[in-house]
Design a protein around this ligand. Structure first.
Ligand code: MOS
Length: 750
């Protein structure tokens, strides 16, 4: 743990903020190289079939066009699938752009134009005519769900459903109160501000420097080296600034492959930036069909939980996420049966999107819990309190910390939950039906392996480095705070160097594990610097620290001192001068504590309370108030942390009311591939959002007590909105998003 707190825990503004608001922070597409070329892909206009012919003659005549690549002239690349597998790849065959004449999904790149200007490349790409032998696409999960299958290879062990407990079917049949329903979730598309882009600097010495929009510079580097057979020392990938990603930039996308392919083939610097439309043809949150059955005794104690989840994947990869397992651990229950299957559709491979699995699965579970509360006739919050469990029953492990009771209590108090009138349709105001709903959220508190370096200079400046990414989450700032904490220096004295593959080894920024991982690595490296300082200080003449041990010293006001007596100490500059050093740099590696992981499971938890107002005649739903109470371990920076939760809540409102990938199932084509027709919440959709952090003192989830915040904020929000709509209208809508038509057409439940 971080023992003291001088800078950690303060609401410090983003240290990268001034660069961003003044336009000095450059994103992947904003780097320029003299003489660079620009690329643009032509996209398939059928969802499945074969390319019979590609007519590129008109495109070739566009002034400025340098070369057009298709599957017929694509340069040679690695043959084996293993070379194409990135760090978070899936079972199956990774997509290879321009591999052959096969079309696997709508919007797949079928040709790639390289030109002297981006306009020429785009213009020419539009003139490429493809002739296809189209086949009948299968893109409707409801039509294909009978063809579901269990994933042959688990992507990760945690994705396997837990073994059944007790006899869920018998307990369900015998229980006095029960509900069972199907819950649908539309496919969703990531829409970060920044589009995928790569700028490749080609140099004669064979070194490629690539600015890539990615959540992991080393993942992109390793992918490029694997696919093109390059030496890892000759490729540097940079992602200093990332304009949001939400999981979509975990795996390398076609823009990176195509930019590097052309750069190597033509020996020129290259830039590829995709369009907003192309963003819709990449990874997406899979459409999902779930059946949840819950049974309770007369007091609302859960007797049976059955959860069956089926979601979409592509033909070529088995995308997997943890949708249903949460139902076996969220509440106390001895009779549990969970199953999980995939359905192959003729669409691009889905991918992780903010709280992948949990956002979908808990939307169903927490709506079902609300239905059960109504059936039993008790308050929805009280139902959850009665079924509280302080153990991971799936894995039969203790939980590192779970301050969920405090989330319930503080969230309910802030929201005013005790004023709720239990009957649906009982809180009318003018034309508005007012509804209050709540739900719980869970996300796994993960930590991965990570490394960092910390360097102290004799002028008191500190430099932190790691190949971590800041995808808008505040990584720069919290790493700076952690270093400043150890050295007791202002955050301005710390330079945070991240976002480059040549820095100490770090995994992708995903799973909400970066603060726990890189934060712990920075703290460990900073402590190693202190240890080195002490070693030098102890050997100085008449040293007051001669007998001191590293556990009992700290840095205060530029001096290394005894914790117990700040008078006994030596200025850092004097220690370094005596040792003849200008800098001290230490490197640290951290990883999850395997012994502790055998005994404990770690999760962050939340309670979300929502008020909606539904115009009874128009069916318009407004989410007028949200209180999100979060228990996620130590909060390093309440300002950046709150921002993460606000973003998660907004995205959860999008999931509940707006976001819906629409496919024409006759053609398998995505119809609403733009921000005019694919709706995300706009400012007018967002009203009061109140975030409460319930601090937890957790020394097991990670060395610095952090559990992660990037994802937990979205989990439960959609269910809370849906439950509030039920409370307002008496209409139970199990098909997300809950659009106006569904509100108007649904019947009031009697
Ligand atoms: Mo997150 S969906 O692991 O970027």
């Amino acid at each position: 743990m971080l023992d003291r707190s001088r800078i950690v825990g303060l609401p410090i503004s983003r240290i990268d903020g001034p660069l961003k608001v003044t336009g000095q922070a450059r994103y992947a597409a904003e780097h320029f190289e003299p003489g660079m070329l620009f690329g643009h892909a032509a996209l398939a206009t059928v969802a499945t079939g074969r390319i019979i012919a590609l007519d590129v003659r008109a495109a070739e005549r566009v002034p400025g066009v340098v070369k057009i690549y298709t599957h017929e002239n694509r340069p040679k690349t690695a043959y084996r699938d293993s070379k194409w597998k990135d760090a978070v790849a899936l079972p199956g065959h990774p997509f290879r752009p321009l591999e052959n004449d096969r079309v696997l999904f709508d919007g797949q790149p079928v040709a790639f134009v390289v030109a002297e200007t981006p306009e020429a490349a785009r213009d020419a790409a539009a003139l490429i005519h493809a002739h296809y032998a189209a086949e009948r696409p299968h893109t409707d999960i409801l039509a294909e769900r009978h063809d579901s299958y269990e994933p042959p290879v688990a992507r990760m062990k945690q994705l396997l459903p837990p073994p059944p407990r007790g006899d869920a079917e018998a307990a369900f049949a015998a229980a006095p109160h029960k509900i069972s329903a199907d819950y649908l979730l539309s496919g969703e598309h990531h829409n970060p501000m920044e589009l995928f882009a790569a700028t490749v600097r080609f140099e004669d010495d064979g070194v490629l420097t690539i600015h890539d929009k990615t959540q992991g510079s080393q993942n992109s580097r390793d992918y490029v080296c694997g696919v093109f057979g390059l030496d890892p020392d000759k490729v540097i990938v940079k992602n200093d600034f990332v304009g949001g990603a939400f999981g979509q930039a975990l795996r390398p996308k076609h823009h990176l492959f195509l930019a590097v392919m052309a750069s190597l083939d033509l020996s020129r610097s290259m830039k590829v930036e995709i369009t907003r439309r192309e963003m819709f043809y990449l990874s997406w949150r899979p459409s999902c069909v779930q059946t949840v059955s819950l049974a309770a005794d007369a007091d609302g104690r859960l007797q049976a939980v059955l959860h069956h989840a089926v979601h979409a994947t592509s033909r070529h990869e088995d995308y997997q996420e943890n949708v249903a397992n949460w139902s076996g651990l969220a509440y106390k229950c001895d009779n549990v049966k969970i199953s999980y299957e995939l359905v192959k559709l003729d669409l691009a491979t889905p991918g992780d999107m903010r709280a992948p699995g949990a956002a979908s699965g808990i939307a169903a579970l927490e709506t079902a819990m609300d239905e059960l509360a109504h059936e039993v006739g008790i308050d929805p919050l009280e139902l959850r309190v009665r079924n509280f469990v302080h153990r991971d029953q799936n894995q039969d492990k203790a939980i590192t910390s779970k301050a969920l009771h405090a989330c319930y209590r503080e969230g309910a108090a802030r929201f005013g939950w005790s004023e709720r009138s239990p009957e649906p349709r009982s809180m009318r105001e003018g034309n508005d039906l007012v509804g209050w709903g709540m739900a719980g959220g869970i996300w796994e508190a993960m930590m991965s392996k990570g490394e960092a370096k910390v360097r102290l200079s004799s002028d008191g400046k500190v430099r932190v480095s790691a190949a971590a990414s800041d995808i808008g989450t505040g990584t720069y700032t919290i790493l700076g705070q952690i270093a400043a904490e150890t050295f007791d220096c202002p955050i301005d004295a710390v330079t945070v160097d991240i976002g480059s593959s040549d820095l100490p080894k770090t995994g992708v920024e995903g799973g909400s594990w970066t603060a726990a991982t890189t934060g712990s690595a920075v703290q460990a490296a900073a402590k190693a610097v202190v240890k080195t300082l002490l070693r030098h200080a102890a050997s100085m003449e008449n040293s007051p620290l001669a007998e001191a041990s590293e556990e009992h010293v700290e840095i205060a006001d530029g001096r290394l001192v005894l914790e117990s007596n700040h008078q006994a100490g030596i200025a850092l500059a004097d220690i370094m001068a005596a040792a003849g050093l200008d800098t001290i740099e230490e490197h640290a590696k951290v990883g999850p504590d395997m012994l502790s992981m055998m005994r404990y499971a770690a999760y962050s938890h939340s309670a979300v309370f929502v008020e909606v107002r539904v115009d009874e005649e128009l069916g318009v739903v407004r989410v007028t108030r949200v209180v999100s109470a979060i228990a996620a371990g130590r909060i390093l920076n309440p300002k950046t942390a709150r921002s993460q939760i606000l973003g998660g809540v907004v995205m959860g409102i999008g999931m509940a009311l707006h976001e819906e990938g629409m496919i024409d199932h006759r053609t398998g084509r995505i119809m609403n591939h733009n921000l005019a027709e694919y709706h995300v919440p706009a400012h007018a959709d967002i009203h009061d959002i109140d975030v409460i952090f319930v601090e937890e003192d957790d020394d097991k989830a990670s060395p610095i007590g952090v559990k992660g915040l990037g994802e937990t904020g979205i989990v439960g929000v959609a269910a809370a909105v849906s439950n509030a709509i039920f409370h307002a209208t008496g209409k139970r809508i199990r098909d997300l998003p809950i659009t106006i038509d569904k509100v108007l057409e649904s019947e009031v439940v009697q």
